[in-house]
Design a protein around this ligand. Structure first.
Ligand code: NDP
Ligand code: GDR
Length: 374
């Protein structure tokens, strides 16, 4: 039997890299779209990269961009994919307030361009389509917990663009009989998470502080509540969604929520640091109450290592998200295997390894990257 071919947009991102690994394990030929950048941007997939001079490649990267219809059409024509996973996006909510038009183009119209390319190439009965929809669609939540039938109320240019993408996916399913699904995924993280999303900003920042590379981590809204899972569990679900008899939309979540403050506390505990939160609002800060072990050699009791900086507040915030994954559990038999606490420990561990390497470089007079925004 011929092996299945998948095309992943956003293959260089967190989810794209885990999904590519999963599909390769399953025997797929995996094609991915990467953007041209002035420096290398394939770190997350370098370990599965194959020399293009070798015959019978099962991992192939194509240059492309979701803003470019002709490019997308050419790639889809060349690849003739059985499955398309549309993971590419300007995926940062805060950045979408600064670049709303670009975000609408890539995250909203980009989805249309892919669906339309599949249709115009006559592949609408062959190619199955997965759209990376998001819990941000619920925004100002209308029901707790949120499930597939909960009304949407987007609160950012990112979420509004993703709302268009959600509905155009449903529309192509209904209008042209395409197998097209939305996975409405709640936040999912990993050691490969982008450095400016809140979990990674915390684990990376605290690991750097523990190694003496930074003094203090500046954060936005600590009260924000999120339902966090592990990206590895969530990409498994993306694949499962395209293996059903009929296309459908599913909420993917853990069903448990925690605050940003709690995530900070767990990360610090993983470094052997006990924190006390003092003050409130923009004056809130985390002070070290006690230290155990030797993972944080640069710290001492009484140090203030986290402060609130209003520059990280958003013009409109999504205060609380909590998903109900019952439909995915019942219909697809999916359950997450990695808890948020295990995930936090894994992320701290990986960031500590990087921080230790950087501390060593610094000791020998080399420059190291430390700062992180958003
Ligand atoms: P990342 O930000 O890690 O990855 C985004 C990917 O999209 C990167 O490969 C990026 O390329 C690529 N990309 C960005 N702009 C373009 C463009 N104009 N043309 C082509 N490619 C582009 O996101 P995640 O892996 O975390 O998320 C994957 C998808 O799932 C996104 O669509 C996101 O919005 C959505 N989502 C994510 C959730 C999460 O918690 N992670 C939850 C719900 C939905 P480059 O590497 O060059 O920047
Ligand atoms: P989110 O993720 O906006 O939910 O979108 P992010 O990790 O950026 O923020 C989560 C919550 O933490 C609060 N927060 C901060 N966030 C960042 N980035 N930096 C800070 O310093 C900070 N301080 C507090 C935020 O205000 C927010 O409430 C992610 C992305 O992956 C989207 O692409 C995806 O669709 C959704 O998750 C589900």
């Amino acid at each position: 039997m011929e092996r299945k071919r998948a095309l992943i947009t956003g293959i260089t991102g967190q989810d794209g890299s885990y999904l590519a690994e999963l599909l390769l394990e399953k025997g797929y030929e995996v094609h991915g779209i990467k953007r041209r950048a002035s420096s290398f941007n394939t770190q997350r997939v370098d370990h599965i990269y194959q020399d293009p001079h070798v015959q019978n490649q099962n991992f192939v990267l194509h240059y492309g961009d979701l803003s470019d219809s002709s490019n997308l059409t050419r790639i889809i024509q060349e690849v003739q994919p059985d499955e398309v996973y549309n993971l590419a996006a300007q995926s940062h909510v805060a950045v979408s307030f600064e670049a709303p038009e670009y975000t609408a183009d890539v995250d909203g119209l980009g989805t249309l361009r892919l669906l339309e390319a599949i249709r115009l190439l006559g592949l609408e009965k062959k190619t199955r389509f997965y759209q990376a929809s998001t819990s941000e669609l619920y925004g100002l939540v209308q029901e707790i917990p949120q499930k597939e039938t909960t009304p949407f109320y987007p609160r950012s240019p990112y979420a509004v663009a993703k709302l268009y993408a959600y509905w155009i996916t449903v529309n192509y399913r209904e209008a042209y009989g395409m197998y097209a699904c939305n996975g409405i995924l709640f936040n999912h993280e990993s050691p490969r998470r982008g450095e400016t999303f809140v979990t990674r900003k915390i684990t990376r920042g605290l690991a750097n502080i523990a190694q003496g590379l930074e003094d203090c981590l500046y954060m936005g809204n600590l009260d924000s509540l999120r339902d966090w899972g592990h990206a590895k569990d969530y990409v498994r679900m993306q694949w499962m969604m395209l293996q059903q008899e009929q296309a459908d939309d599913f909420v993917i979540a853990t069903g448990v929520q925690y605050s940003v403050r709690e995530f900070i506390r767990w990360s610090a505990a993983e470094l052997g640091v006990r924190l006390r939160f003092e003050g409130s609002g923009v004056d809130e800060r985390a002070v070290i109450e006690g230290i155990e072990g030797n993972k944080a050699p640069a710290l001492k009791e009484g140090d203030v290592i986290v402060r609130v900086d209003p520059r990280y507040f958003r013009p409109a915030e999504v205060e609380t998200l909590l998903g109900d994954p019952s439909k995915a559990k019942q219909k697809l038999g999916w359950t997450p295997e990695i808890s948020v606490q295990q995930m936090c420990a894994e992320m701290v561990d990986e960031d500590l390894k990087i921080a230790r390497r950087h501390a060593l470089l610094k000791e020998h007079g080399h420059d190291v990257p430390v700062s992180v925004e958003n």
